[in-house]
Each structure stands twice: as structure tokens, then as C-alpha cells.
Ligand binder design. Structure first.
Ligand SMILES: Nc1ncnc2c1ncn2[C@@H]1O[C@H](COP(=O)(O)OP(=O)(O)O)[C@@H](O)[C@H]1O
Ligand SMILES: [Mg+2]
Length: 255
């Protein structure tokens, strides 16, 4: 479904992503982990068209999408969530999601009608467990609610591939488990392929099919969670000497 080759992003003289290549198969959940600043969100920004790569190729469903603007990429079926949720505060939860459903599926240019956008919003909200009534306010949502809203907005755009950025940030442990189960449900029930970014390994290891590890903009490891969590390069570079954390990640991979 996705073939990324030799992806590079430089900001001035600083290389944030350095020659990264990977593939994503239809129907899989790929975990993308790495310490803060390792280039995870920068990869998402290139995949979703926020900015073009400095060089490299991104093939989605057989055609090149590198450098296309965000609205073209989303209309081809690549949806994303943002690490920091910024909903429209004056719109209701429902309106935020319906708006994403409308423009994300080509509304206003021959795509989704308003009625269809509303339908997408209802389904997406039900999927993540947020209220589907038209007036519920964004203001009542805590960290977990805002993450669900991000997911609902992305789902409403009708993606084949979902890029989920730090879905666990700011959540407590029970909420993290819930969020992980939700991503799996989105894959299982909606058939959406997922790349899931986190800076911690944690529950991610239980849900993903494969995991790829970045450090300083470079891919340092890739494979099954049970193998990657024991990879000496990952243990050394990413987890440092924190044996407890390594063991916890390995335990999650076995769950
Ligand atoms: N728009 C930008 N301009 C300049 N530097 C950036 C920009 N976006 C990201 N960076 C830098 O690139 C590196 C990777 O950032 P990012 O991809 O956000 O990391 P991660 O998501 O893995 O925490 C960081 O050093 C960050 O400061
Ligand atoms: Mg990030």
C-alpha cells in the first residue's frame, strides 16, 4: 500500500529525517517509535503533505504522492491525527467531525455532500465512543476525549491509511489501553491500515504487527515487536540503560 524510499528532510543545515525507507502492507498496523526529536512527526508531515520531502519518494497505492498538497493526499485516502489536538472550539464535536468528513472526501468539488459528511461523522463518532448529538461541546473533552476527537476526524475523511501521531500522550494507563484497543478496532472493523507513532514503546508493542525504530532521523531497527524490543541497538540507543523499561516493553510484546 505504501512504499517509502530514501526519504530525507532538511531544515536549513539540520537533517531531521535521513534516508529512511520502509513499506506498509494493506491491513497492517506499523508502529513507529523513537525518542523525542527523532523525526517521527516529520515523516508524518511529509506523508500527509504538510511539507514536501527534501528528497525521496512516497508511493501510495501505486502512485507518487511526495510533494502533493494536503487536500490532494487526504482525498486519495491518507488520513492523519495531530499530536497536539486543535479542534475548532466554537464548533460542536459533531461539527468538527462533519467538517473533516466533508472536505476530507472532496466536498465542494464534486465529492461528499453535506448529508454524506454528516453520515460519516455519525459513524466515526460512534466508532470512538463520543456523543453523536449535534450540540455536544468540545469544551468538556479532557485529554482522552480530544484524542478520540482527533481519531474521529481522521476516520470521517474515509482513509485507507491512517497516520496516528502520539495517540497516548497525556493519557493515564487505563486510557492508554483503551486507545490501543481502539486503534486495533479501527483496523479490524473498518479495514483501515495504520501507522502509529509513539515516543514510548508501552502498549503499542501489544497491538502493532511490526515496529520500526528511529533515532536522530535514521531507521535503526525494524521487525516483530518481540524481536525489536530485544535488539541491542534499540536497547542501547533508544532505551539507554533503563532495564526496567526494556523489560516492560518486551513483556508488552509477549501479551
Ligand atoms: N518545521 C521545522 N523546522 C525546523 N526544525 C524542525 C521542524 N519540524 C521539526 N524540526 C526538528 O526536527 C527534529 C525532528 O522533529 P520531530 O519529527 O517533530 O520529532 P518527533 O516527532 O520524533 O519527536 C527535531 O529536532 C525538531 O526540532
Ligand atoms: Mg512528534
Amino acid at each position: 500500500m505504501l512504499v517509502v524510499n530514501g526519504l530525507v528532510k532538511r531544515f536549513g543545515g539540520f537533517t531531521a529525517v535521513n534516508n529512511v525507507s520502509f513499506k506498509v502492507e494493506k491491513g497492517e498496523i506499523l508502529g513507529l517509535i523513537g525518542p523525542n526529536g527523532s523525526g517521527k512527526s516529520t515523516i508524518f508531515n511529509m506523508l500527509s503533505g504538510t511539507f514536501p520531502p527534501t528528497s525521496g519518494s512516497i508511493q501510495f497505492d501505486g502512485s507518487e504522492i511526495a510533494g502533493l498538497p494536503p487536500h490532494r493526499i487526504i482525498n486519495r485516502g491518507v488520513g492523519r491525527t495531530f499530536q497536539i489536538p486543535r479542534p475548532f472550539r466554537r464548533l460542536s464535536i459533531f461539527e468538527n467531525v462533519a467538517l473533516a468528513g466533508y472536505y476530507g472526501q472532496g466536498g465542494g468539488s464534486g465529492g461528499h455532500s453535506l448529508a454524506k459528511a454528516n453520515e460519516s461523522a455519525e459513524k466515526a463518532l460512534a466508532m470512538v465512543g463520543l456523543p453523536t448529538d449535534r450540540d455536544a461541546s468540545v469544551d468538556g473533552l479532557g485529554a482522552a476525549g480530544l484524542k478520540k476527537l482527533e481519531l474521529a476526524k481522521a476516520i470521517a475523511t474515509g482513509p485507507k491509511l491512517l497516520l496516528a501521531d502520539e495517540s497516548l500522550g497525556g493519557l493515564d494507563e487505563a486510557e492508554m489501553d483503551q486507545a490501543a484497543d481502539m486503534l486495533r478496532k479501527i483496523r479490524d472493523e473498518l479495514g483501515i491500515t495504520i501507522i502509529w507513532v509513539e515516543h514510548i514503546m508501552g502498549v503499542l508493542m501489544r497491538v502493532v504487527d511490526r515496529v520500526m525504530v528511529l533515532d536522530h532521523g535514521e531507521k535503526i531497527s525494524e521487525g516483530l515487536p518481540s524481536v525489536v524490543s530485544g535488539d541491542p541497538r534499540v536497547v542501547e540507543v533508544y532505551l539507554g540503560t533503563d532495564a526496567d523499561m526494556t523489560q516492560a516493553a518486551a513483556a508488552e510484546a509477549r501479551r
